[in-house]
Design a protein around this ligand. Sequence first.
Ligand code: FHN
Length: 466
Amino acid sequence: MRIPLKHGAHRVGKRTDADMQRWREYGLGQFIHWGVYAIPGGQWNGKTTHYAAEWFRTSGLITKEEYDNLYKQFNPAKFDAKKWAKQAKQMGAKYMIFTTKHHDGFCMWPSKYTDYTIANTPYKSDIVKELVDAYTAEGIDVYLYFSIIDWSHPGYQAGTAITNDDRLNWAGYTAISNEKDKAGYETFKEFTRNQLIELLTNYPTVKGLWFDGSWDGAWMKEAAWVDALGTELRDMHPGLIIGSRFRADENGKRHEDTNGDLIDDYDQRFERNLPNSLAETKGFDWDCVMTIPENQWGYHRDWSLTYVKTPYDLIEMTVKANSLDGNFVINFGPDGDGNIRQEETDIAKSIGNWMSVNGDAVYGVQHSVLEKQDWGHSTAKGDITYLTVFNKPMNNLLRIKVPRSKDKDMIYVIENAMFKPTKKAAVIRDGGRDKSGSVYYDIVLPADIQKLSEPFVIEIKLKQVN
Ligand code: FHN
């Protein structure tokens, strides 16, 4: 039985408009976490934090006062928005999400609602504008990351003084009872609204807002107000795309409302974590945002602390996400001077080189009719199925299991197959059937494909026959 909700999902099922279709087809995106936390880069007075560098204010290694004065040194002389955008383009990113304001509250644009902004640094210029212009010029869509949590705002502090902890969940939340704190939190709400309107006014070409820190108890309690704000933002910016991290329903349910419907346009639950089946995605649109080291979003000087993903790890995740109808977004954390670190540059280049040959298996695709098989992942577009092979068989016969057709009298056959890197047709052998009626084919891997040390794509055409 459905429960009537005033502030739940506004639609059941996916958005069907052209803007959302464009989002769905991105395949690969870039996230950039950049702010004053890039100056310490996880280290201070000879000590190193093992936690996320963008949370450095809470690391215990720096005083709040020292951190809150870092902006006076922010002067990234090497920052070149066009260079970043070109690198992202070469990597194959179709959209970019930029941290306009992280939890510390520092604004990378000259907001007129606070002094804690880029305008009051030695750098002075509007970094958000530089990036929006540069990426848009490269044909890469821009989304603005915005943290609801804002440690710099006294009104936000008033709200959380009552909730005790930034990460308090709904059950632990106590309504703000003290009149002074209530009034303080009202100023914070108005401030947040003003900043969001300001962002959409200043940067009208952006496609969406990417919210974070909305797990905050005081914010979750404001379901009606936040819902109205969402409507206001959508009205002023037709086509605006907002994920499921913006608001909770009136029962404190986030992402999925009390009836299990997705709140807003796509599911933002997959952070540093991919689903393993279509069933897990519940048929929602979704994205996965991923760090290159274990859990560092902002610049951390020491990447030796954890495993650093290789380009092939990230490519595998990209293809896997797309095989389950999601977008994959790789995070970059530039340093305090405005450099993208060499390791990230090298990774972006390798991914870009691979995407330039195999990108068809990622862009504009959806899941295929094939079940997940040990050699890798499959995606589909129109009548083409892309097999992206990450585990090459030792015997050089790639065994493909083809499903039984839904119509009992029909079976799937592989009509033809072509190796993407060499553009050569493949020899296909009959691989027999199993008891369930599933059909197998063996694709013979020729010497030039056997020699490859990187994942590769085979394009196949499946046909249903009697
Ligand atoms: O706390 C943040 C974290 O620093 C980072 O910004 C990520 C990106 O999705 N979001 C939060 C954790 O969920």
